[in-house]
Design a protein around this ligand. Structure first.
Ligand code: ATP
Length: 340
């Protein structure tokens, strides 16, 4: 029902193009893992290697402690759910969900019971006799999930399964996917390029860039403590302030910092700058402001560094007025180096 997955020194080349380089990952049984990164970074290639649709040029894939590197997809304890989860149009939902079990020679009664149980889990038991065309996009997606889980894989691989849904439905399905994963305890490995989706569903996120892993950590880790500028920017907006060192003091264009950070870029999320914090960032003038519902998004120009613009998210209750001059404070800064 669940298994750990180990990826050891996996590289993959398509002719002369290197799509993956030196990938190492230790995924625990029952984890919800998201592979996140821009188009072309190698997410689908890695998923295909775990599912057995591609054999890596180098390295090994272990599932449940067994070497699966050269094992065919059908002989692996994995199921892959693709974005175009083609349901059989002429079959009702129960038969669609039971299909994989039929292929495995499971008897009629047992597979129908199992299919109904799975439809129950995704909240569609009442529609068991319907055909797929009589469902909404979100409902079809849930049937595809029930079908994938009916065969009890140890690991479910999902390639952009929510990509075709509109934003509101997508957010709703993310919650459902997370709930269902918790209920079944199967290891889920899910591909997306949407960082909000990754944060909403993952136990841990693999941030990928050009065939390698930039960061592997919890949503809090990758958002609050990014290891590289790429991860920092991919997870959301980040203010960058250059910092240099002079006689044991870290100096930024805003003035000396009250702590010795070293050299690099002082990075602060927009919500980590405001009217209070752990260190002063000096006075700044509010240039522009827009109300986003959850916060006001502001652009401030520091008086000491007019070339710099700081993006600051102020809470709903703040009433920022363009032109106002205030003292800004920062908290939870991260220092990153420029050359990555
Ligand atoms: P997307 O989000 O766009 O699906 P991805 O991160 O899943 O992107 P992959 O599909 O893994 O990216 O592709 C990684 C790189 O390998 C891309 O540059 C792609 O063009 C290349 N690639 C993928 N499949 C092949 C192939 N069969 N032959 C040659 N190059 C390929």
């Amino acid at each position: 029902m669940t298994a750990e997955v180990q990826i050891r020194s996996v590289s993959h080349r398509f002719q002369s193009f290197t799509a993956l380089e030196g990938i190492d990952l230790e995924i625990a049984a029952g984890e919800f893992i998201v592979l996140l990164g821009p188009s072309g970074c190698g997410k689908t290639t890695l998923l295909s290697i775990i599912g057995g649709f591609l054999t890596p040029s180098e390295g090994e894939v272990l599932i449940g402690g067994r070497d699966m590197t050269r094992v065919a997809p059908k002989d692996r304890p994995t199921t892959t759910m693709f974005q175009d989860y083609a349901l059989f149009p002429h079959m009702n939902l129960r038969d669609n969900v039971a299909f994989g079990l039929r292929m495995r020679g499971v008897g009629r009664k047992a597979r129908h019971d199992r299919a109904l149980e799975m439809l129950e889990m995704v909240g569609l038991a009442a529609f068991a006799a319907r055909k797929p065309h009589a469902l909404s996009g979100g409902q079809r997606q849930r049937v595809a999930l029930a079908r994938a889980l009916a065969v009890e894989p140890d690991v479910l691989l999902l390639d952009e399964p929510l990509g075709a849904l509109d934003l509101k439905l997508r957010r709703q399905m993310q919650d459902e996917l997370k709930n269902i994963q918790r209920k079944v305890g199967t290891t889920f490995i899910h591909v997306t390029h949407d960082q909000e989706e990754a944060m909403a569903i993952a136990d841990r996120i693999v941030v990928m860039n050009r065939g390698h892993i930039e960061h592997f950590g919890t949503p809090e880790d990758v958002y609050l403590r990014p290891r590289t500028l790429f991860s920092a920017d991919f997870m959301g907006e980040m203010n960058r302030i250059p910092v240099r060192r002079e006689g044991g003091t870290s100096i930024s264009p805003l003035g000396p910092l009250p702590f010795d950070l070293g050299e690099g870029l002082l990075c602060l999320r927009p919500e980590n700058i405001g009217f209070d914090g752990s260190f002063s960032m000096g006075r700044a003038r509010l240039q522009e402001v827009a109300f986003f519902g959850t916060h006001h998004r502001c652009h401030f120009v520091p008086l000491k560094a007019p070339d710099l613009t700081l993006t600051v998210n102020l809470p709903q209750g703040a009433h920022p007025a363009p032109g106002a001059e205030v003292e800004l404070f920062g908290r939870d800064p991260v220092l990153l180096s420029e050359d990555v």
